[in-house]
Structure formats: C-alpha cells, structure tokens
Design a protein around this ligand. Structure first.
Ligand code: ZN
Length: 305
C-alpha cells in the first residue's frame, strides 16, 4: 500500500493554490437527444428512444441541481447547442443555480473526417445557441465523444476559449499549445478519461449503445472513489463526467452524492468548476505542450535479393 501522505511528483512549474493538494471537478454533459440523433437520425421518430434521452433535462437536471445545492459545490455543464434550443428552461435553471455552462458542440457532432471550416461552423453554431437561450459566453470546451481534432485547439483560441477538457495524456492540467513555436496562443487542458465517464458504466439502448450490462451504482462508486483517492495522492485533477440522463436516475444520483460527500471530506481537495481550475492553471508558468500527429510507418522494406 502507498502512503496517502507521500509527496506527489508534480510536473515542472505546476502547483495548486496555497492549502490545496489536489482538485476535483464534477462535470455534466447535457447531451439529451443530440448524440443519438447525430449517430442515428432515424431515432427522431422513435418515441421510446427520445424519452430515454429526455430523462436528462426533464427529470434528472432538477434532481442533480438539488444535490449540488445540498453539497454546496459549483459544477460545470457542457451543453450541446441543440440541447439548449430544445430544453431552454433546463439550461436556464442550470445557469440560474450558478453553475458554469460550457460548449459541447451543436448536435454532438463527430470530428472524425470533419475539416477545420466545418468544425469552426459547428463551434459558432453552438456559441450562438448558448447565447440565444441563456445569454452565456462559455470559456470552456469539451469535444463530443472526446473526439478532438488537431485543428480544434487553434479554433478554440481564435474564438476566445480558455480551456479544453477531454485529452487523456496527463493527470495534471497543463498548458496546451495551439501550434508549434513560442508565440502560438495556448489554452489550459483539464485531462479526462473514459473510466471517469458514466456512459460506459450504465448506458444501454438496444442496438444503439452499450452491451446490455448495466453496472451497479455501488461498483461504480467504488471505482470512482478509488480514482479520487489515488488522484488526490498524485496531486492531480479528478474530472468526473456524468450525463444527466444516465447518472440522474435515483440510485445512481445517490451514489454520486456519496462520492461528492467523500470528496468534500478530503483534506486539501479543491472542488471547483472547470473554469476556476483553468483560471488558476493559466497563472502558472508552464511549458506549452505541443501535440503533433505521429507519422505512420509504411510496410517494411524486404532484404534485397
Ligand atoms: Zn457528450
């Protein structure tokens, strides 16, 4: 067993505010119908599937807002523009409760095979919807499905975003370069991971998503709690991603509240919205991380005969 009090190995230049040894952000992606409509547009005509997704804004958001209020924490909601257009009252209730609203595409579009102009148009469409519905101008972005293109960091910087949350190569937030070179604008990256996403644990729609194996909230709570404890020991940033239609169901919401209680009882753990963590990280003198695509090697050249 490792000691919970050993000194973490922090990246060069990285530190938390005084008195803080690690951070946690509880985030919610208000996907509602959007990812299903993007992947399977025919489901717009399936009442059963649409109600499965509508559970999020209709039933889960009020429950989750009560939990966040009881626990007195500020969360980040990543909201596709389409969700805002379809569920404006739910989105305004999130805003009115004081939580951060961030960008999550318009119709939860896949970035695979999309060119930069297409991605920029989607980015603007999402911004317009969040402004129209809630009068907010987000500073944070999370790629739908965490499908982040190499072009997107520069697009985010061009449109005034300050952070992204979804890359998977670190435990600590870092400075994300938008291009090589010392003068390129930078963003803050708050890394995430599939193991801290509720979709894989709970979600099942026959023929659309999931294996049909739906995890017990007790097992999910145990898994997330272990990661929270270990991430705290590492001095990193625990970013949990829940979807209201997934984790807002009763026993799952109870498990989530227990996890939040555990986080609140952890000495030195800073629980904050992503934008607040990103604002702290932006003050640090961190070397920018430049991501470049690897070159895929061709087939081996055989020996000369
Ligand atoms: Zn999503």
């Amino acid at each position: 067993m490792t000691s919970p009090h050993r000194d973490p190995l922090l990246p060069p230049g990285f530190r938390w505010p005084d008195g803080v040894r690690a951070a946690a952000s509880f985030t919610f992606d208000l996907d509602a119908e959007s990812p299903i409509l993007w992947d399977h547009p025919e489901t717009a005509g399936y009442l059963d599937v649409m109600t499965h997704q509508a559970y999020g804004p209709r039933t889960a958001v009020p429950r989750l807002l009560r939990i966040l209020d009881r626990q007195a924490i500020r969360a980040t909601f990543f909201i596709p523009g389409y969700s805002a257009d379809r569920w404006p009252e739910a989105v305004r209730s999130i805003r009115d409760a004081g939580h951060e609203i961030a960008h999550h595409g318009y119709l939860h579009e896949s970035s695979r095979d999309a060119d930069a102009a297409t991605e920029e148009a989607r980015l603007l469409r999402g911004l317009e919807a969040l402004d129209r519905v809630a009068g907010v101008r987000p500073v944070g972005y999370r790629a739908p499905n965490w499908e982040m293109s190499y072009a997107m960091p520069a697009l985010l910087a061009r449109h005034g975003f300050r952070y992204d949350s979804g890359l998977m190569d670190a435990d600590h937030p870092y400075r994300l370069a938008t291009a090589p070179g010392p003068d390129a604008p930078t963003l803050v990256e708050l890394p995430a991971h599939w193991s801290l996403d509720d979709w894989e644990q709970y979600n099942y729609l026959p023929g659309i998503t999931g294996t049909g194996v739906i995890a017990s909230p007790a097992r999910v709570l145990e898994m997330w709690q272990l990661e929270l404890e270990a991430m705290t020991v590492e001095g990193g940033c625990f970013v949990l991603t829940n979807h209201p239609f997934v984790s807002g169901r009763p026993s799952r919401a109870v498990a989530l509240e227990r996890l939040i209680e555990r986080a609140r009882a952890t000495d030195g753990l800073w629980i904050a919205a992503c934008e607040d963590i990103a604002a702290h990280v932006a003050t640090l003198d961190l070397p920018p991380v430049v991501h470049t695509p690897p070159i895929v090697p061709g087939p081996p050249v055989g020996p000369e005969r």
